[in-house]
Design a protein around this ligand. Structure first.
Ligand code: CA
Ligand code: CA
Length: 104
């Protein structure tokens, strides 16, 4: 199922269902035809988000959520080289508890 909110003929939100539960939502937030936010659901609950917040077609951060909806981790690829350079871990109150840099 998809929706073309600005009427340019290209879908800007696409939903995928699995067993009648939401499984995946792909969004084109700046209407350039490229998906820039992917939300992956597990058992109908948001589990991961892949963000391309500078709209160049390459994701630079991935958020992982707990089953209760709180943010557990953000993996960052600030240079968009295709690997996770920084991983940040959060407790249930949203506080950053650990930060790992993964050099290469
Ligand atoms: Ca886009
Ligand atoms: Ca990007």
């Amino acid at each position: 199922m998809s929706l073309d909110r600005n009427g340019d003929g290209r879908p800007d939100v696409t939903w995928t269902y699995h067993d009648r539960k939401i499984a995946r939502i792909e969004r084109d937030r700046n209407f350039d035809g490229k998906v820039d936010l992917v939300q992956v659901y597990s058992q109908g609950v948001l589990a991961r988000e892949f963000h391309d917040d500078n709209f160049d077609g390459k994701p630079e951060s991935i958020k992982t959520f707990r089953f209760d909806g709180t943010l557990a981790m953000i993996e960052r690829d600030p240079q968009e080289r295709g690997y996770v350079a920084v991983a940040e871990y959060f407790d249930r109150s949203g506080k950053l508890v650990r930060r790992e840099t993964r050099g290469r």
